[in-house]
Design a protein around this ligand. Structure first.
Ligand code: F3S
Length: 67
């Protein structure tokens, strides 16, 4: 699984960082960025939770085969 944050949508609420800091981190502009290319399986459920909890739905999750 891979994750992407749409930087034009993220409002910097940091929910994703609190839920899964091993995958999401805030950058200097207060926007979440994805730290890893491929998400470790053990963090997949946390990433799904982060996606659901993001108030503006800025997080996209997709399987490794997708762009
Ligand atoms: Fe941004 Fe959503 Fe995370 S608003 S900081 S991507 S929870």
């Amino acid at each position: 699984m891979k994750a992407r944050v749409d930087k034009n949508v993220c409002i910097g609420c940091q929910m994703c960082v609190q839920i899964c800091p091993d995958v999401f981190q805030m950058n200097d502009e207060g926007i979440a960025v994805v730290l890893v290319d491929t998400i470790n399986v053990k963090y997949e459920n946390l990433c799904k939770e982060a996606q659901e909890m993001c108030p503006v739905m800025a997080i996209a999750l997709f399987s490794d085969g997708e762009a």
